[in-house]
Design a protein around this ligand. Structure first.
Ligand code: LLP
Length: 398
């Protein structure tokens, strides 16, 4: 089990630091709200994952899920450490390539790939299209034929498991739009019209995100191995998707990346034998490297309700509003005298709230707060709601 670790964010003489970076100085120079990404934390997270793979003597590839964070500096850093990418749009494909991620390390997931996106993937000769319907396979085959090329594909299996997580991000059951059932995968193999310009090289599963119990994951990977064993030739890889949860709160209990990788390794070795394993982590690499920083506009008291109104809103960071997600909040003021307060933004919805009844010191205009673990699904989900501009992002060097 993983323990929440806040060693990177500390007060030194009443100044809040993100390792060597003084956040008061940063806030004085930059327009708030903004995201700050720590190169140091990002590197630690990636290297730890990679080390877990090598400790298991596994032929593994980390394809970072760009949907969690597509910042160019973050991606360049990951590319420099050898990462591949899991992408879900033409935009993400272009961004991954721009950051220096090699096309032969890119897998393309998603139920709604368009013609133009597929053409782009074919031109770049990406590692694999993770195909989510037989109709999609037909389209890939016909486009590849026109382009006189061969597409490498993996089927995304719908393993019919229910992952315990928020219902919006559980994706592995047959009522979910994702993946293809085993029987449909197997029967497609006999339909030669699908395979003139496509080659099946792998299988994938992805059953959900922020998974803190690995039972359903284990079952899904076993189901994938079972399906792989029914395919009459050896596959080049099995792709286990993403989904490993992180600890957002002190009392939460996400599994460690070491136990996750070693569990997956033993299930695959036992049930399919030696094969290349692709991982598509997003959150467990990027969440803890990101900090959303927003300044206090004013405070307000309504009888026993205290509000701290900040200049960041749900358009900038939507996870608390959309998933009731908990994120730790740190104040720029170092005091042990605290009061419960709701941290709210300027947007005209009651959902525009980053945390309720948080124990924080008295804050005044121009003090700021830091919302932790916002490097995954933070900026990538921001919008222009209420005609607000999107927050900027800053990459803080080691
Ligand atoms: N692979 C596929 C095919 C996916 O759909 C996802 C996430 C990942 C990998 C990466 O999963 P991760 O390791 O980050 O859990 N916006 C939501 C999360 C949506 C996840 C969508 N798919 C949130 O803020 O919690």
């Amino acid at each position: 089990m993983e323990k929440l670790d806040r060693k990177h964010i500390v007060f030194k003489k009443d100044q809040l630091y993100l390792h060597k970076h003084n956040l008061h100085e940063l806030v004085a120079k930059k327009k708030t709200p903004f995201y700050a990404y720590s190169e140091k934390v990002l590197e630690e997270n990636y290297k730890r994952f990679k080390k877990s793979i090598s400790q298991n003597k596994q032929n593994g590839l980390i394809c970072f899920a760009l949907k969690s964070n597509n910042n160019i500096d973050v991606l360049k850093k990951l590319a420099s450490m050898g990462a591949g990418a899991d992408i879900v749009s033409g935009g993400e494909l272009k961004q991954a390539l721009k950051a220096g991620i090699k096309a032969n390390k890119i897998v393309f997931s998603g139920v709604g790939k368009t013609k133009n996106e597929i053409i782009l993937g074919l031109k770049e000769n990406i590692l694999s299209f993770n195909v989510e319907s037989i109709q999609e396979l037909e389209l890939i085959n016909s486009l590849a034929k026109k382009m006189n090329t061969k597409a490498k594909i993996a089927f995304r299996l719908n393993p019919k498991v229910i992952a315990k997580t928020h219902k919006h991000i559980s994706t592995g059951f047959k009522t979910h739009k994702f993946g293809i059932l085993e029987k449909d995968i197997l029967s497609s193999l006999d339909n030669s019209s699908l395979w003139s310009n496509t080659k099946l090289i792998g299988l994938s599963v992805h059953i959900g995100s922020q998974l803190t119990c690995l039972k359903a994951t284990e079952e899904a990977i076993k189901n994938m191995c079972q399906c792989a064993n029914k395919i009459p030739f050896k596959l080049k890889f099995l792709d286990v998707g993403g989904g490993l949860g992180v600890n957002y709160a002190k009392n939460s209990k996400a599994p460690s990346v070491e136990s996750y990788v070693s569990k997956i390794n033993s299930i695959i070795k036992k049930n399919y034998g030696a094969v290349k394993v692709i991982y598509e982590p997003g959150r467990c690499i990027s969440a803890s490297c990101g900090f959303f920083i927003t300044k206090v506009i004013r405070t307000k008291v309504s009888e026993d309700c205290r509000f701290t109104i900040v200049d960041g809103g749900m358009n900038d960071f939507v996870r608390p509003s959309l998933y009731d997600a908990f994120h730790e909040i740190f104040a720029s003021v170092n005091s042990s005298l605290t009061f419960p307060t709701d941290i709210v933004g300027p947007i005209c919805e009651t959902a525009d709230c980053f945390g309720t009844a948080r124990e924080l010191p008295e804050l005044v205009e121009n003090d700021f707060i830091v919302i932790a673990d916002t490097g995954a699904y933070g900026h990538t989900m921001s919008s222009h709601y209420n005609m607000r501009s999107k927050p900027k992002e800053f990459f803080l060097k080691k």
